[in-house]
Design a protein around this ligand. Sequence first.
Ligand SMILES: NC(=O)c1ccc[n+]([C@@H]2O[C@H](COP(=O)([O-])OP(=O)(O)OC[C@H]3O[C@@H](n4cnc5c(N)ncnc54)[C@H](O)[C@@H]3O)[C@@H](O)[C@H]2O)c1
Ligand SMILES: O=c1ccn([C@@H]2O[C@H](COP(=O)(O)OP(=O)(O)O[C@H]3O[C@H](CO)[C@@H](O)[C@H](O)[C@H]3O)[C@@H](O)[C@H]2O)c(=O)[nH]1
Length: 327
Amino acid sequence: MARVFVTGGAGYIGSHAVKLLGEKGFEVAVFDNLSTGNSSSVLYGMLIKGDILDYETLKKAMMDFKPDAVMHFAAKIIVPESVEKPLLYYENNTAGAINVLKAMRETGVKNFIFSSTAAVYGQPEKMPIKEDFPLSPINPYGRSKAFVETILKDLSFAGDFSYVSLRYFNVAGADPEGKIGETKKDATHLITMCVRTACGKRDKLFVFGTDYPTKDGTCIRDYIHVMDLAEAHIKALDYLLEGGKSEILNCGYGRGFSVLEVVNEAKKVTGIDFPVEYRERRPGDPARLVADAEKIKRVLNWVPKYDDLSFIIKTAFEWEKKLGSQS
Ligand SMILES: NC(=O)c1ccc[n+]([C@@H]2O[C@H](COP(=O)([O-])OP(=O)(O)OC[C@H]3O[C@@H](n4cnc5c(N)ncnc54)[C@H](O)[C@@H]3O)[C@@H](O)[C@H]2O)c1
Ligand SMILES: O=c1ccn([C@@H]2O[C@H](COP(=O)(O)OP(=O)(O)O[C@H]3O[C@H](CO)[C@@H](O)[C@H](O)[C@H]3O)[C@@H](O)[C@H]2O)c(=O)[nH]1
């Protein structure tokens, strides 16, 4: 069975991918500095505690493991923080990715799966967003990822290297078996905030902005279940191992929900009419981000299983209850 080196595999999305890799029999090594990840989220394979910015340790770990492919999740992910501390993001996300790519070259690994983001598109006028739309990120986080995509294109052109760049839209939910989920205390994502408020871990939910040019004035997003996204990684891995050419693919369902629709659904699913307060817009939020999800279905034959907002919220809620006071 193929061997997969997973950076950031102790984090929210990486740990779900590792669970699926393990269940499917892949050999896994997780390389993570545990800055936001959790060792208890790594259900399969070995966990190497290390930082991708420490090139020698990274290279040794990769050389020892001899992977067939690398999945690269490790990154800093908070947009407002990236505006305040851009160097932190260019260092961790861009220079960090270069270290991973250099270690791959030294080890002779040719297959790479990259965690990209819808943030590389900025605020496109047309919806849904296709992969060939121009890259126009509006914050350092998005730019730190867009730079990596440019590097990947050049590497692939130079030969002997193939990649799949997965541009995630809004990732949410938790493992339906309830073994793992989001653990970060300072998580900011809408569905996590809704279920934490429903559990009484937060006093109220803030809705940021009610004057957007959308049907109810709140922002629209394409929410994808984290396990469907994990499955997209397995499909991308199989595709590369079978010799597929480099591709850039959106990861979403191709439909959007407004913030108010999510909040109402969360109240219904949890059965709790939690308090909501309307606030000013959050800086940098685009009004609408919805993926055109046709390409990933065509190229990878990806068939999502959990395209259901109520199920996404339900799995997040079950996980939050299980976490108890830890979040
Ligand atoms: N969560 C989303 O909605 C979303 C959307 C688009 C893209 N992404 C991308 O998905 C990836 C995973 O995001 P997540 O939500 O699971 O975040 P996360 O913070 O839960 O996971 C990131 C993991 O990387 C590790 N890490 C960070 N810097 C590291 C370093 N220098 N060396 C080693 N390990 C390091 C952390 O400890 C953590 O385990 C990121 O690349 C992120 O940019 C996430
Ligand atoms: O407590 C909250 C949290 C969020 N929101 C709103 O909910 C929407 C979604 O916000 P959030 O869940 O924080 O996700 P995004 O800011 O859309 O960003 C996520 O989704 C993007 C893709 O769509 C990715 O690029 C990013 O990496 C990822 O963090 C936005 O309109 C927010 O203003 C609230 O109103 N209240």
